[in-house]
Design a protein. Structure first.
Length: 249
């Protein structure tokens, strides 16, 4: 209890006063009316806030797609059974949706990320100038020699000058031991130049890859079997669809 010269206040709200005029000193608790200009200001602020957030979100999505990750849809059977093997068959047209990690092979300022390694599944533009993307598996690294013999792949490099047979557990029964060369030029050995890679599809009997210089009719005099590093868009990272087969690649 707090005593005052003209009133006594008991806690909250219990108030008595000897003079009614004292109530005039109490500020009004009634809400003030909002004018039209205040309402318009609130609406404009809301529109500005929503627009700014939308611009930020669109900008972030654009940066993510250009520099970090981007979705691709795999077309054709060249990577079966690893990709586009659905309902127990190789899909010959549009198949799985995948996410490609685009930042993994980039150099940003002084920060250097990974280089493609043997076994990576990469998305790239072919060296023949076609305006489309291919997806294959990295087999040969820079300065290595890849030899194809009797249906198998052999790797010759500094650590293994005599060469060794590459183990390829990702090949299905049809393709295991059935890697053949392009009959048009008969090339069986490929020496990979600097900053380039030799790639093959997992479905060797139905893959247009380094063996054919990415041409339907095989290698010609001015074509190349190797994918320059700068042509690589990124590494296949995750298969998102179909959902029942979602997985890391």
């Amino acid at each position: 209890m707090i005593k005052h010269d003209k009133k006594v206040i008991y806690g909250w709200g219990n108030e008595t006063s000897n003079t009614p005029e004292e109530h005039n000193d109490i500020p009004s608790m009634r809400p003030k009316k909002t004018g039209n200009h205040s309402l318009l200001r609130d609406v404009l602020f809301f529109v500005f806030d929503v627009g700014l957030n939308a611009i930020i979100i669109v900008g972030l999505v654009f940066l993510l797609r250009v520099y970090v990750v981007t979705p691709f849809r795999v077309y054709g059977p060249s990577m079966c059974d690893t990709l586009n093997f659905m309902n127990n068959r190789c899909v010959r047209d549009n198949g799985e949706y995948i996410i490609v990690n685009k930042i993994i092979y980039r150099n940003i300022g002084s920060v250097s990320f990974d280089k493609p390694e043997r076994g990576d599944i990469i998305v790239f533009r072919p060296p023949n100038g076609k305006d489309e993307y291919y997806i294959k598996r990295v087999i040969g690294l820079p300065f290595e020699t890849v030899k194809i013999s009797e249906g198998s792949v052999f790797i010759l490099n500094k650590e293994n000058p005599e060469g060794y047979e590459l183990s390829e557990p990702y090949l299905n029964k049809t393709n295991a031991g059935n890697t053949v060369v392009n009959r048009r030029n008969g090339t069986t050995e490929f020496t990979v130049p600097e900053n380039s890679y030799l790639v093959l599809g997992d479905n060797r009997i139905m893959s247009n890859d380094s063996r054919h210089c990415f041409n339907d009719f095989g290698c010609t005099g001015d074509s190349t079997s190797f994918v320059p590093f700068n042509n690589i868009a990124g590494k296949a990272w995750v298969s998102l669809w179909p959902f029942q087969t979602m997985r890391f690649l």
